[in-house]
Design a protein around this ligand. Structure first.
Ligand code: TYD
Ligand code: MG
Length: 456
């Protein structure tokens, strides 16, 4: 039976994939300007596309009719990556890895592919960006890779899915989805139609053949290439690979995960032999910390399921040019100014002609209010010129009346502090209730921020 199809042209927003019959200056879905471009699409009439054989054979089932083996996850060989995925790769799942160019997506996936091959899995790595010779150059840098890992340099998704259906690997890597095309869509590779079509193809192929698949997606600032946002709805998991900027380490976050939590982060470091895991980020983040410097305070946050110690640096200096400056790096500016207001109102600290700065060392970003108390302490410490003892960890949320409010997962935070040799924790007093006893660490509970003055 021949399918009735006709070609028409449609405008797509290259930022979010919104579809429109006519050109628009601003996208009504995502609000971006000048992102619409015209693409030809083939429309298949919907009645004709349902095969006659399928009619009458489709039925809904109840849960007990669905067979499920115990959940099997494949280990990636990187504990950081496996944790972010929620405990490993679910067979047949589609994982999108996004990130700026040069951040290390190809390297991460090549190493993962190598690890999994070494663990006896069948893996095919498909690159549309690099020739086989270029892949080999990279592979030589990251160490010995067994011959079991197969490579392809190909951009036609129809040919790729054909190979995958024949070979049925456990894992396929597509680097990158923007370079792929199918001859059935008529626009250029990287356009919204092509990207969406290719991702859809890969999903069909992955689900029917139980092939887990990593898709690399580019993000460009100009929005010329279809952003992975179109893809986010199609795939099971979206991972974001980002850098802590000039600090050499890379953070892996999940923005969407059908099979796990999205709070987890993985920490990697780029070396001359590829990516290395940073298993104890607290140690890494506190490395090279100044001893007995005023304004430096260590706090403990929970990132996903893991406690992480980091350093908050505050600076309070007399204003030179009239208007007092406030600057916050790594924490929300409004939160910072609110904490300063609480500090001046509730503790009588006159900050009106004081420049106040706060910075989270290592380029980390903090969004949790449990860092509040450490921020307050760092400003007090710098203002009063008294160094906080270097073996002290401070955490707690601060409210508008200057009260110190409870935070979750206190035991995990204290354990991390004990592990790294800290001797004293300043925390919300309400959190002391029902807390376990810890040897070798003093717990100072406080109710109001004014009590900090006596403790620093
Ligand atoms: P790459 O994985 O190609 O990034 P992406 O695929 O996200 O564009 O990584 C490129 C960068 O990583 C490049 O700047 C070189 C650096 N790199 C190393 O420092 N060490 C290595 O062993 C490798 C393979 C790359
Ligand atoms: Mg790459």
């Amino acid at each position: 039976m021949s399918l009735k199809s006709k070609t028409e042209s449609v405008f797509f927003c290259s930022s979010c994939g919104y579809e429109s019959k006519k050109w628009m200056g601003q996208c009504p879905a995502c609000g971006e300007w000048n992102t619409f471009s015209e693409e030809a699409v083939a429309r298949v009439s919907s009645k004709a596309s349902v095969g006659a054989a399928a009619r009458g054979n489709v039925k809904a089932v109840s849960l007990s009719e669905i067979q499920s083996d115990e959940e099997i996850r494949m280990d990636t060989g990187f504990t950081e990556l496996s944790r972010v995925l929620g405990g490993g790769i679910v067979p047949g799942s589609l994982i999108l890895v996004g990130g700026d160019p040069g951040i290390g997506k190809s390297t991460l996936l090549l190493q993962t592919a190598a690890n999994m091959t070494a663990a006896g899995k069948k893996v095919i790595y498909i690159s549309g960006e690099e020739s086989l010779r270029q892949i080999k150059l990279r592979a030589d840098r990251v160490g010995s890779i067994s011959d079991g890992l197969k490579f392809m340099s190909e951009t036609n998704i129809d040919l790729i899915t054909e190979v995958l259906e024949r070979e049925k690997p456990d894992l396929a890597v597509i680097d990158s989805v923007q370079t792929m095309y199918t001859s059935e869509a008529q626009s250029v590779p990287g356009s919204v139609t092509q990207v969406r079509e290719c991702a859809q193809r890969m999903m069909m192929c992955a689900k029917t053949n139980e092939i887990a698949c990593f898709l690399v997606g580019h993000v460009t600032k100009e929005g010329t290439v279809a952003g992975p946002r179109v893809l986010e709805h199609i795939v099971d998991t979206v991972l974001q690979f980002e850098s802590g900027d000039q600090f050499g380490y890379r953070l892996l976050r999940s923005a969407k995960n059908r099979f796990g939590s999205t709070n987890e982060i993985g920490v990697f470091e780029m070396s001359s032999e590829g990516l290395k895991e940073v298993k104890n980020p607290s140690e890494y983040l506190l490395e090279g910390r100044p001893k007995n410097a005023t304004g430096a305070v260590v706090t403990c946050l929970i990132e996903g399921s893991r406690p992480m110690l980091m350093e908050v640096q505050g600076l309070a200096a007399e204003t030179q040019y009239g208007l007092a400056r406030r600057q916050a790096n790594g924490i929300d500016y409004n939160r910072f100014t609110m904490l300063l207001a609480v500090l001046s109102k509730r503790c009588g600290l006159n900050l009106s002609n004081i420049d106040a700065y706060v910075n989270i060392a290592g380029g980390m970003k903090v969004t949790q209010p449990s860092a509040d108390l450490a921020v307050v302490a760092s400003v007090i410490s710098s203002f009063k010129n008294i160094a906080v003892a270097e073996d002290t960890v401070i955490f707690g949320e601060v409210g508008l009346s200057g009260e110190v409010r409870s935070v979750p997962q206190v035991n995990e935070r204290i354990k991390e502090a004990v592990k790294l040799g800290f001797k004293r924790v300043i925390l919300p007093k309400v959190n002391l209730k029902g807390l376990k006893k810890y040897d070798g660490i003093e717990l100072c509970g406080i109710n109001f921020i004014s009590e900090l003055f006596a403790l620093l």
